[in-house]
Ligand binder design. Structure first.
Ligand SMILES: NC(=O)c1ccc[n+]([C@@H]2O[C@H](COP(=O)([O-])OP(=O)(O)OC[C@H]3O[C@@H](n4cnc5c(N)ncnc54)[C@H](O)[C@@H]3O)[C@@H](O)[C@H]2O)c1
Ligand SMILES: O=C(O)C(=O)C[C@]1(C(=O)O)C=C[C@@H](O)C=C1
Length: 302
């Protein structure tokens, strides 16, 4: 049996439109209603037809939904929930796809004190944004981390988990605070580093007169892809996962200082040992099938 019959997606950008497309493909009998605050996004959604209908307000979009998924920037989840609170059916499940979870659990449970709130995070995306960037296979073979609030109904948790499994994801359940510490290392810090290195190179360009662009290849190009990610989305992630990001950044700065010292004192063994350890980490990720060229191609060209 399908976990939900009438799904409403609020926010029809990269992730919202990908969820809609994936539902179409994997659960074609499920009715998908969409809403976006931006009229031009609603118009594009109507043209691309990845929803059965596009509503004119958040309230109208949720009116008979049994699952509502918020696919908007992390910093406005609570405000958007308040917009549709009065129209939300009592037995509907409210979820989201936000990239950090503790603050969202707090904001959604505060905005919807009587609703069934089961947040989730599909750990899948690209540097692109908007409804044209979405694609149905985005979540296939990717993790989706479900982060229920304390005391959440296990039946609702299982329905949300089954929904994501049907979209092709592998599901894990985690406490929101634990999620935020893990993702601070595996996703948020790497983005911060990419933003920094590309910004630094951009500043240096004035000195080197365009050599940065001319000779950018390999490693630097990979950083520029990540550093092209949506500014609103990432501003909100850093402001809403502040504690965990600052903790991991402190740790990272210490490790960077050790490397700096090794280079200064010509400690080749320290450099060699670290690079050997990191190469083994990359190889074990590839062996576990969590990364391959086909998937990378799909993510950047989908
Ligand atoms: N991009 C990724 O790689 C990725 C991956 C996983 C999760 N996420 C999370 O998914 C969420 C959406 O990210 P995205 O990449 O799809 O962004 P996006 O910019 O492509 O889409 C966001 C959409 O939300 C709409 N929106 C903004 N304010 C709104 C409001 N008040 N009411 C209704 N709609 C509103 C925007 O018009 C836009 O169409 C974020 O919370 C992000 O953290 C992103
Ligand atoms: O592949 C990318 O472009 C991404 O940045 C995707 C990525 C990630 O860091 O893995 C970014 C943020 C999301 O919350 C989940 C996935």
């Amino acid at each position: 049996m399908l976990p939900f019959a009438r799904v409403t997606i609020i926010g029809l950008g990269l992730i919202g439109s990908s969820v809609a497309r994936a539902v179409r493909e994997t659960m074609p009998t499920v009715r998908v209603t969409g809403y976006d605050a931006d009229a031009s996004v609603r118009e594009t959604a109507g043209r691309l037809q990845f929803c059965d209908d596009v509503a004119g307000s958040a309230g109208a979009a949720v009116i008979d939904a049994d699952l509502v998924i918020l696919c908007v920037p992390v910093g406005i989840m609570g405000d958007v929930a308040r917009e549709f609170a009065a129209e939300l059916p009592a037995d509907a499940v409210v979820s989201d796809v936000g990239s950090c979870k503790a603050e969202i659990v707090r904001a959604l449970t505060e905005a919807l004190p009587n609703a069934i709130v089961i947040p989730a995070h599909p750990v899948a995306g690209t540097e692109r944004s908007g409804p044209e960037a979405g694609f149905a296979t985005l979540f296939r073979h990717r993790w989706c981390i479900v982060t229920p609030p304390k005391g959440a109904d296990p039946v609702a948790v299982e329905r949300v988990s089954e929904f994501w499994r049907r979209l092709g994801a592998q599901v894990e359940t985690m406490a929101p605070e634990h999620h935020d510490r893990v993702l601070a290392v595996t996703s948020h810090l790497p983005h911060l580093i990419a933003y920094t290195i590309v910004g630094t190179a951009g500043d240096l360009e004035e000195v080197t007169q365009s050599e940065v662009i001319k000779y950018s290849a390999g490693g630097f190009r990979d950083f520029t892809r990540i550093a092209a990610s949506d500014p609103t989305m990432w501003r909100d992630i850093f402001l809403n996962n502040r504690e965990a990001v600052l903790e991991m950044l402190q740790r990272f700065s210490e490790d960077l200082s050790h490397l700096q010292r090794a280079i200064r004192w010509g400690d080749g063994d320290a450099l060699f040992d670290l690079f050997t350890r990191t190469r083994a980490i990359r190889r074990s990720i590839v062996e576990q099938g969590q990364d391959d060229d086909v998937q990378d191609f799909g993510r950047t060209h989908g």
